[in-house]
Design a protein around this ligand. Structure first.
Ligand code: ADP
Ligand code: MG
Length: 491
């Protein structure tokens, strides 16, 4: 893949994408998007207000009710989605560059994981477009009864900053496959790749108004989408507090809601596991994308017998992780996304120290480049108690809390002792133990002898306060369709 430099790529100020046109906001108000590696602005984007959101909703409504989208065959819709996937691969170098610049994730992760996965998600849902169908039902009496599986309508999609483009694809691709129209709001910290996605959709032949992209902050732009009576459904990924707020607001207009929220996922290492892969998987589970992963394995449970050996290996390897310029291919840990996140993570590290957890490595800001980036050293706490704040609250940074355990019953009970239930992992060579834990852990995803694998075809979502609804796979089709029952009298 071609390596892009800032000189080669011209980053324009962002516009709003409404009704197939790139427009200024009504008020003209803008804000900076920041490069987290330097703390400096990259460019400006518009802050969409209620008025801009209203224009986007009108465009989406018109496209849903009257546009060519409605008349287009499902197969042709699928072809457009396939084309979006192809164009994402065509523009992969530029997209990876923008993603790393705006979010601080390493160029390795953007170019090898996020962008190819995004293309995959569009290609996967392209195949579903003409396979969404109803059923005929053998009802009592002299009737013919069948169901139609129809799109929900105008869908508001609000996404976070940790996987800006790939999480946009998790929402946009199934929504379009099912025939909905979309208003997408990227996170204020990372708007650039979503705007590029708008250009790609245009080039792929998505009709005007089918996808609208509005940038802005949560309480302004996001809240305006959630409030708007013309929006039929909200799909949200983000923190549980914002999820609660969204549900409260959406209740006024009784919008359909799906939420993918936070996690404090247990990563359980048994004494009978293959230790080196478990060490690698554990590090990947917590330090991938600087720990800014909703399904990060942030609570490590290590069985007593191997505890000391395991921690020794873990710390040694963590100390070899290069923290630095996310464009350096050797970097494993880039800057946190924002100053706000930096402060939050450093605050939790202080809390951990005050709670008397044992700091094994890291525990402070890293000085990289101009010294103004938001870098934090990979941090490992040991001797953590499950009641401590660092064991219960989502830190969303490169901070691992380690607990030791004696036996299987104890670890099941402690692993489930959290408000969250997004993911969990188990490392063991004992197949019985693996399946038992897969059943007993209250989480939407369980990884056995691996961590953090995803596929467009496999469902992802939360138990408990990690939310509801399943994205990816065929389950996402349920989020973006509704069922109509049709009765015909045959007497
Ligand atoms: P964080 O606080 O870590 O940035 P959030 O859950 O607040 O996580 O943000 C995720 C997404 O939700 C972002 O796009 C943000 O702008 C949006 N958002 C935040 N607050 C609201 C809100 N009250 N209504 C709608 N969207 C919101
Ligand atoms: Mg940014």
């Amino acid at each position: 893949m071609e390596t892009l430099t800032k000189e080669k790529i011209q980053i324009k100020p962002g516009k709003l994408f409404i009704g197939g046109k790139w427009v200024d906001s009504v008020s003209g108000k803008t804000f900076d998007t920041i490069n987290p590696a330097t703390g400096e602005p990259i460019t400006q984007v518009y802050e969409a207000s209620e008025k801009d959101v209203d224009l986007a909703v009108q465009a989406a409504r018109k496209a849903f009710e009257e546009g060519p989208w409605k008349k287009m065959s499902a197969s042709d819709r699928g072809k457009i989605l396939w084309k979006i996937g192809d164009l994402i691969l065509k523009y992969a170098a530029e997209l990876s560059y923008l993603e790393t610049l705006d979010s601080g994730k390493t160029i390795f992760e953007s170019s090898k994981i996020d962008i190819p996965h995004t293309a995959d998600v569009f290609h996967y849902y392209a195949g579903w477009a003409d396979k969404i169908q109803g059923e005929t039902i053998p009802v009592k009496g002299n009737f013919f009864n069948y169901t139609l599986r129809e799109p929900v309508g105008v869908v508001g999609q609000i996404i976070p900053w940790n996987f800006p483009l790939s999480l946009a694809s998790w929402k946009v691709a199934p929504a379009l496959a099912c025939g909905n129209t979309v208003i997408l709001k990227p996170a204020e910290q990372t708007p650039l790749t979503a705007l590029k996605l708008g250009e790609i959709c245009q080039e792929a032949g998505v009709p005007d108004g089918v996808i609208n992209i509005v940038t802005g902050h949560g309480p302004t732009t996001g809240a305006a989408i959630v409030k708007h009576p013309g929006v039929d459904k909200i799909a949200f990924t983000g923190s549980y507090l914002t999820g609660q707020e969204i549900m409260r607001t959406a209740s006024n207009t009784l919008k359909k809601v799906s939420l993918e929220l936070g996690g404090k996922s247990p990563n359980i290492v048994f004494a009978d596991s293959d230790i080196d892969p478990a060490v690698r998987g554990t590090l990947n589970g917590i330090f991938y994308n600087k720990g800014e992963v909703c399904s990060a394995g942030s609570r490590l449970f290590v069985q007593e017998e191997i505890h000391d050996l395991f921690m020794e290996k873990l710390v040694e390897k963590a100390n070899g992780y290069k923290v630095g310029d996310p464009f350096d291919p050797k970097t494993r840990v880039g800057p946190l996304v924002s100053e706000e996140q930096l402060k939050k993570v450093l605050r939790y590290i202080e809390i951990g120290k005050n709670e008397k957890a044992k700091l094994l490595t890291g525990g402070e800001r890293a000085n990289v480049g101009n010294g103004k980036g938001y870098f934090v050293k990979p941090t490992i706490f040991d001797e953590v108690d499950n009641q401590m704040k660092i064991a219960q609250e989502e830190i969303f940074g490169p901070v691992l809390a380690t607990l030791r355990f004696k036996d299987i019953d104890e670890v099941i009970q402690k692993a489930n002792q959290t408000i969250y239930g997004l993911a969990a992992a188990v490392w063991t060579k004992d197949i019985k133990k693996a399946h038992l834990l897969a059943k007993e852990l209250k989480a939407g995803t369980v990884w056995i002898n691996t961590y953090g694998v995803f596929d467009a075809a496999s469902p992802f979502g939360g138990y408990k306060m990690s939310g509801f609804g399943r994205e990816l796979g065929m389950h996402a089709l349920e989020l973006y369709t509704q069922v109509k029952s049709v009765w015909i009298d045959l007497s």
